[in-house]
Design a binder for this molecule. Structure first.
Ligand code: ATP
Length: 209
């Protein structure tokens, strides 16, 4: 089966993540979506949620979506987690499955700074989703790399076990976790940016105040 994986800080998870990832899953006909909260750099200065809270919110969001689960693998690691190593581990965990790692185009533009980035496709495909306001320029190196690995046909992702990049035409959802945290702090409306279960969790735990 094909498993799509969306990694992110998810502080908090919101409809931008969920709608864009669902649209990707539909386009590439993946069978399952994994929401993968990443360990957070300790120096982030805003009042963020803990790893447990971010995982709890991802789990609540996943329970509203068919064929979707949250996975706390990266949060349980004592060392810093790198996507390349996580994909290697997931490949061992699900050797029969085709893995697709989903990234927003802002994250994709910075791919060259990722640990062993040229090996990201060893065990997975990569699908890039659109992000409003991210006027990203892909570097020369990234463009050259992309030219060798890009596929314009999502069906190709089912024909190869790994190694392809697909730029998905996802609708633009103008939502970011930063905007949600700011809205909460400044008492603007924000609950419509997240699933109800997540909004209730944020309110109950008084997050981002
Ligand atoms: P922050 O505002 O704290 O940076 P964020 O909303 O960008 O958070 P992350 O959890 O860092 O969210 O993002 C996880 C992944 O989802 C990244 O690949 C990011 O590019 C992508 N993403 C986040 N929001 C959107 C959106 N509205 N549309 C498409 N992709 C998104």
């Amino acid at each position: 089966m094909m498993r799509a994986i969306l990694g992110g800080t998810f502080d908090p998870i919101h409809w931008g993540h969920l709608n864009a990832a669902s649209s990707v899953c539909e386009q590439i006909q993946s069978d399952h979506l994994v929401l993968l909260p990443s360990a957070q750099p300790p120096h982030r200065s805003y009042p963020g949620a803990t790893a447990e809270q971010r995982f709890a919110m991802a789990t609540l969001a996943a329970s509203d979506i068919p064929n979707c689960t949250a996975d706390n693998w990266e949060l349980l690691q004592s060392r810093k987690s790198y996507t390349q190593l996580t994909l290697e581990q997931f490949h061992q965990r699900w050797p029969q499955d085709t893995l697709v790692f989903i990234v927003g185009e802002d994250a994709f533009a910075g791919l060259e700074s990722w640990y062993k980035w040229e090996h990201l496709l060893d065990h997975a495909h990569l699908v890039v989703m659109r992000r409003p306001h991210s006027h990203n320029v892909f570097s020369e190196t990234l463009q050259q790399w992309l030219a060798n690995v890009q596929t314009k046909q999502p069906e190709q992702l089912h024909q190869h076990a790994s190694g392809c990049v697909y730029l998905a035409e996802t609708p633009a959802f103008d939502i970011s976790a930063t905007a949600i945290r700011n809205a909460i702090q400044t008492e603007q409306s924000w609950t419509h940016y997240v699933p109800n279960s997540v909004a209730n969790y944020i309110q109950t735990h008084q997050l981002y105040r």
